[in-house]
Design a protein. Structure first.
Length: 424
């Protein structure tokens, strides 16, 4: 810590007074004013405008306009809302569309990539990737029409991504590299440009999962010349539980890749109801089934708030929040056995912070049950602190750290049994 003053509540309140994004906090529903919500990296808060938007969709567009709303608004919604996400990713509006779930999109683009790279037999990922992504890659390998292998590069410490080892592993046999930009446990963030450039030098493609970055970490897909990307909308984009995901395909690749899950929404002249599939041009060819309109429209209000705030201001506050949290960890929690399970380096760290402890799961449960602090737990020893900049205050961070301290000093966590909740 720079001074004892920075350990005090008044310092956090002073930071909040000077925060240019503080007013966005009131733009989200906050039914429990005493709750310190630190799980926005799993499920973002509900924007107030979402209620009104869904009311309009249900009462006006569905209730009154009925089937006419498809022509008036709904049919183009996956592209229109995808275009707003494209602004956050440094992509063209014609390169992003809302479709299906993150897992389904990863499957579609991964299988499309391996089919395009028809003479190559290796897919590369790492062991800090989200397990679901690895499951999907394993399935893609089984479906490939040739002998292919999945190479999982090991992180030495489980915190930092094995960036150099991945770069060294990319060779002439590599079909594509698939990585999560910001690791779901540690918040380690890869250098998109560096890895994409090396892959292209070797003739390989790269497929990025942006789920823990989009809306919190600036990304420039055009500058990095990224091939493919997917991501969810219910974390930092505040689209709601189970909200549809997005996919990105670089414009020059769209006509070269086929959608392996061909469906009528990606069919050219779909209302001719021809029996032979002929894919639509452009990004719409990666659609499959009818989009879930209610869930899709719920994404837009959160996107509009992020666009209003601006990604650079969001990232600046995100860094300030995480740096402040780390300083408080050093002062209050490190002496109590808490470990920093996120990178210290700002450029390699995303928007959430993980703290490790030998009794992490029990501490997490005690915080939720007794201190009205809501983080989450990820095995084996991570308590993840999601601190989305639009609705998290510096006072929230201060009070949360002091709650951690109290739970451990008073041994409140001891009575909690492991495995007493499914979702944390």
């Amino acid at each position: 810590m720079n001074s004892v003053k920075e350990c005090e509540l008044e310092y956090a309140r002073d930071l909040d007074q000077r925060d240019p994004l503080a007013h966005f906090r009131d733009k989200f529903v906050n039914g429990d004013q005493e709750l310190i919500y630190l799980d926005g990296n799993s499920l973002g808060r509900l924007p107030r405008n979402t209620n009104e938007r869904l009311k309009q969709v249900i009462e006006k567009e569905w209730g009154e306009r009925l089937i006419r709303s498809w022509n008036e608004n709904w049919f183009a919604a996956p592209e229109r809302i995808g275009g707003k996400i494209a602004e956050l990713l440094g992509a063209k509006q014609s390169e992003v569309i809302i479709a299906d779930s993150t897992s389904v999109n990863l499957y579609k683009l991964g299988l499309a990539a391996i089919n395009k790279q028809s003479t190559r037999t290796k897919v590369i990922t790492d062991n800090i990737n989200f397990p679901s992504d690895i499951y999907i890659l394993q399935g893609i390998i089984k479906l490939a029409d040739r002998d292919c292998s999945l190479e999982i590069i090991e992180s030495e410490d489980g915190i930092h991504g094995p960036q150099q080892q991945i770069i060294d592993a990319i060779d002439e046999e590599t079909a594509f590299v698939c990585l999560t930009h910001t690791a779901f446990k540690s918040s380690y963030t890869y250098d998109i440009e560096l890895i994409t450039r090396k892959a292209h030098e070797m003739g390989a493609m790269v497929l990025w999962d942006l789920s823990h970055s989009v809306g919190a970490v600036p990304v420039d897909l055009q500058k990095a010349n990224v091939d493919l990307a997917v991501g969810c909308t219910y974390k930092y984009l505040n689209g709601g539980p189970g909200a549809p995901a997005f996919l990105y395909v670089r414009e020059d690749l769209q006509e070269e890749l086929s959608n392996p899950v061909s469906g009528w929404m990606g069919q050219k002249n779909l209302f001719e109801f021809g029996l032979n599939y002929e894919s639509e041009k452009g990004i719409r060819r990666f659609l499959t089934g009818t989009p879930p309109i209610l869930s899709l429209c719920a994404i837009e209000p959160g996107l509009d708030l992020i666009r209003e705030a601006g990604m650079m201001r969001i990232r600046q506050k995100s860094v300030e929040l995480s740096e402040y949290l780390i300083k408080l960890w050093q002062h209050y929690l490190e002496p109590l056995g808490f470990r920093l399970n996120s990178p210290l380096e700002i450029d390699n760290r995303g928007p959430h912070i993980s703290l490790g402890h030998d009794c992490a799961h029990q501490i997490d449960l005690a915080l939720i049950q007794e201190k009205n602090v809501l983080p989450d737990f990820r095995a084996p020893d991570n308590i993840r602190l999601g601190i989305p900049p639009l609705y998290t205050s510096f006072e929230d961070v201060y009070k949360a750290v002091r709650a951690f301290e109290q739970v451990v000093r008073e041994e409140r966590f001891v009575k909690y049994k492991l495995g007493s909740s499914i979702v944390t």
